[in-house]
Design a binder for this molecule. Structure first.
Ligand code: ZN
Length: 869
């Protein structure tokens, strides 16, 4: 007979065994109890803060969820995310993470071992609740999804929890809060669905998803670390909300063209998962799931395409959105004509018939889609895990037999700091980077010890190939049959089937970094690097007279700003000169030793990895005196990602600045507060002038700079200020300032010229201060850019100076161009004297998405050049 004590023990054992099954579900609070409203309630958006408060309650009350920190956001919030699975799986998380890491990295595994690990392992699925905060349903759906999984008792969900570990992330916490804070006070006012007049991420806004292949934003860095260094997910699901109307959700398969640098299994699984999602919608009677149009996989800047080339199956969906949490009613008459007869088709078999669309509907569609992904992840667990290994192994095998065998990055770079940055970002993105211990020869070229090597025999090699090689955009007009009707109905006017984003992006071109593809295998002793530093900082020579810094180093600008902050003096050499036994080029940065402390300069060299030269005698060279300037960055209430990216790179290089709004420009007297004003890129100059129309926004945010503001900008330059116009907004200056300049691409037809997001060759006059530090020829981005003809001016001293131009022929380096003759030898950067001041036109995006590090200095030069007399 058992004692009461024993009976109690048995009871406890039973409870402990039952925990995993029930997951403490009885005491788990519903979202409403914490948020104060049901997820998806009309007019209600949970903030990130509320969502995490709720997640913490879930963690306190359930053994099916564990919370982790991914790092800080741009605005300083902690990025908290959840792992959700069965309690047993969460108790063994380290083991499952180890298994998936080994399968992903392939190294040291045989097929048999990989099979065994695939039997044992769990499918890691990463769902991010959306990067784009204005697409607000996915982040709300995260809350309901967590609750549903943590409290589920049905057999299907228990099976999923047993097979799958869900990593549930809020990809844009700052945006989620900003959006809710903007929307809620407007509910019930005429401005309920007005757009938010600022970006929904501190720097990037909508472009946060274009940052994924280079990780300039801390959010991207944090999430990249989760994906490539910690969880190695099998599937990554990135939610969006721009469904092609009237469809209610866009699901895979994708449109064309397909990026060639993915394993075919990725595409197969994406199609399968997309079909499984479609079936789930139809089973639940949710109409309007569409596939195959608009969203292609060509451009790899998105998180989805980045992970595809890391052998992670990405899933993109675009659920329908009205605005925020406000419901909207649609009738068939609102639909585009071709959708009004509700024709059934292979990729749209269950057309939506119209009716109300509420945020609850969008949340429910997201839930159906996420659960369909989790279901596939569970049903095909072993196959998916083994395929992950298989893809990595195939990639390694492929590049042990065919070129490129590796990428070679010489240590000797124009801007070693920028080259280091590129390689360090590749390491963050899961790429193995090596440094050779010995000299070696490849393709007949000798490389010294210390050369960097990225072998292609690594599982994520397709990613490095994707971002390092030149792109040749496929002209889909050539084979309309191959593209299954996607091409023929479109009227081309000489253009190819346009891609959704950039057509060419080659990162080493954008960074101005020299690389070589190895067409034969490399034999060399080498070490894997955790961090790359091509040039450790130091001071060489004797700085009896002055310190010299190279204009080629982007960090020289950071150094200049720090020197100015200390009260030190800075000059730029106007011409090449000799000092000691060395030759220095024009633009060399001269810092008189008397104006700075040696210890300060040493700290600067070390902290910024700068090689600073000391010289003991006055080299007697003509110089420009470089002074700190009062810098304003124009910020429209129609948010511009370009403005945000400009701020990001200014801050990274420590330029002091302040934002200047429409009202400030309308008020005038700009010289009182500013020496330089940057006008960031906007798609159309009219946007800057007109802003939001009356009645569409709260009055504070209505109207642009107006024509009065244009006059004030002119006065600002006439009185000695400098205006810097960036990319397409140059048209504002050309059209309104009476400049002797014409943009030959203005109103050009598509059959005459088209170039969308490609990389073009550019020639620079490096004797002009705006181009100091540039090579004679460099790669530049073309995206809605300008090409100028310059007319003779009445007065010689007012004649614009051309600083750069397109080459006579063959400008294309990567991507696609049609009609390149139109831009042959046309000017792209202009230095235009204007009254007492200057107007600088940067006719192409020198800081596009903070990516082309090789042309940042053109902006930095423009800022400092403003201050020279
Ligand atoms: Zn989106």
């Amino acid at each position: 007979m058992k004692s009461p004590k024993n009976i109690r023990s048995i009871f406890f054992i039973f409870i402990i065994m039952a925990f995993p099954f029930f997951g403490f579900s009885q005491s788990v609070p519903e979202p409403e109890e914490v948020l104060g409203f049901k997820v998806g309630a009309d007019y209600h958006l949970a903030t990130y803060t509320q969502a995490i408060e709720y997640f913490k309650k879930l963690e306190e009350n359930s053994s099916r969820i564990k919370l982790f920190d991914a790092g800080k956001t741009s605005m300083g919030q902690t990025m908290t995310y959840a792992a959700i699975s069965s309690a047993e799986n969460l108790a063994n998380l380290e083991r499952y993470k180890q298994i998936i890491k080994r399968l992903s990295l392939v190294k040291g595994l045989s097929d048999a071992e990989a099979k065994k690990l695939s039997q044992e392992g769990k499918t890691i699925v990463y769902i991010d609740g959306g990067l784009h905060a204005s697409e607000c349903a996915p982040a709300q759906h995260n809350i309901q999804l967590a609750y549903d999984l943590v409290t589920a008792k049905d057999q299907k969900t228990l099976r999923i929890l047993d097979d799958v570990i869900l990593v549930l992330v809020f990809a844009n916490p700052d945006g989620m809060n900003l959006l809710a804070e903007w929307y809620h006070p407007n509910v019930g006012t005429p401005f309920e669905v007005s757009r938010m007049p600022w970006l929904y991420q501190k720097y990037a806004g909508h472009d946060n998803n274009r940052d994924s292949y280079i990780a300039n934003l801390v959010e991207t860095q944090n999430l990249t670390r989760l994906v490539n260094k910690e969880w190695y997910p099998v599937i990554l699901y990135n939610h969006h909300q721009t469904a092609p109307f009237p469809a209610r959700i866009w699901i895979p398969p994708s449109s064309e063209p397909t990026n060639p640098n993915v394993h075919p299994l990725i595409v197969r699984w994406q199609n399968l998962i997309g079909s499984a999602m479609g079936a789930a919608f139809d089973e639940e009677g949710k109409e309007g799931a569409i596939s195959r149009l608009i969203f292609d996989t060509w451009y790899p800047g998105y998180v989805t395409q980045v992970v595809d080339s890391h052998n992670i199956m990405s899933i993109l969906t675009e659920t329908a959105l009205y605005r925020y949490a406000t419901p909207h009613f649609y009738t068939i008459r609102d639909f585009p004509k071709q959708y009004q007869d509700l024709t059934m088709s292979a990729f749209y078999p269950n057309p939506w018939k119209g009716g109300w669309w509420r945020i609850k509907d969008a949340v429910d569609y997201c839930l159906t889609a996420s659960k369909a992904v989790l279901d596939v992840a569970s049903k095909y667990r072993k196959e998916l895990l083994f395929n992950k290994y298989r893809m990595g192994k195939d990639v390694i095998n492929r590049f042990s037999k065919e070129p490129p065998y590796a990428w070679i990055i010489p240590e000797n770079q124009r801007d070693p700091g920028t080259a280091s940055l590129l390689l360090n970002r590749m390491i963050l993105l899961g790429i193995d980077v090596y440094r050779s211990d010995e000299a070696f020869t490849c393709d007949g070229i000798k490389y010294p010890a210390g050369t960097y090597i990225i072998p292609m025999t690594q599982p994520f090699a397709l990613f490095i190939k994707n971002v390092f090689e030149e792109q040749s955009y496929p002209d889909l007009r050539k084979y309309p049959d191959l593209w299954q009707g996607l091409v023929e109905p479109v009227k081309f006017e000489g253009a190819p089937f346009e891609s959704y984003d950039m057509m060419g992006w080659t990162l080493p071109y954008q960074f101005g970094v020299k690389i070589y593809a190895a067409n034969s295998p490399i034999v060399s002793g080498k070490r894997r690097m955790n961090e790359v530093k091509l040039q450790p900082g130091s001071i060489v020579g004797k700085p009896g007279y002055s310190y010299l810094m190279r204009h080629e180093d982007n960090t020289s600008f950071t150094a200049t700003n720090r020197i100015h902050k200390q009260g030190g003096r800075v000059f730029w050499a106007k011409e090449p000169f000799s000092a000691g036994n060395s030759r220095f080029s024009e633009g060399t940065i001269i810092v008189p030793s008397a104006s700075v402390k040696r210890s300060f300069m040493e700290k600067l060299a070390k902290g910024l990895d700068l090689k600073i030269m000391g010289i003991s005698k006055d080299p007697k060279v003509k110089t420009f005196s470089i002074k700190p300037v009062r810098l304003g960055v124009y910020k429209s209430w129609i948010p511009s990602a370009d403005e945000g990216w400009t701020r990001l790179i200014l801050e990274k290089h420590e330029f002091p600045y302040s934002n200047i709004h429409d009202g400030d420009i309308r008020a005038g007297n700009l010289n009182a507060n500013y020496d330089v004003i940057i006008m960031p890129d906007t798609y159309k100059p009219e946007v800057v002038i007109n802003g939001y129309a009356k009645g569409t926004m709260p009055p504070k945010y209505v109207g642009g700079i107006t024509l009065k503001g244009v006059r004030n900008l002119k006065l600002f330059a006439e009185n000695g200020g400098t205006l810097i116009f960036m990319n397409a907004v140059c048209n504002l200056a050309v059209e309104h300032f009476g400049l002797p300049v014409r943009n030959v691409l203005k109103r050009v037809k598509k059959d005459e010229f088209i170039c969308i997001g490609s990389i073009l060759r550019m020639q620079f006059d490096t004797s002009h201060p705006l181009a100091y530090g540039m090579p004679k020829e460099a790669a530049t981005i073309f995206e809605n850019s300008c090409a100028f003809d310059v007319m003779p001016s009445f007065e010689a001293k007012r004649q614009p100076k051309s600083v750069s131009k397109y080459p006579e022929e063959n400008p294309l380096m990567s991507g696609w161009i049609h009609g390149d003759r139109i831009i042959s030898q046309k000017t792209t950067i202009l230095d235009i004297p204007y009254g007492e001041g200057k107007i600088i036109l940067l006719g192409f995006p020198v800081q596009y998405r903070a990516q082309p590090h090789g042309t940042f200095r053109l902006l930095f030069n423009s800022i400092f050049y403003a201050g020279v007399e």
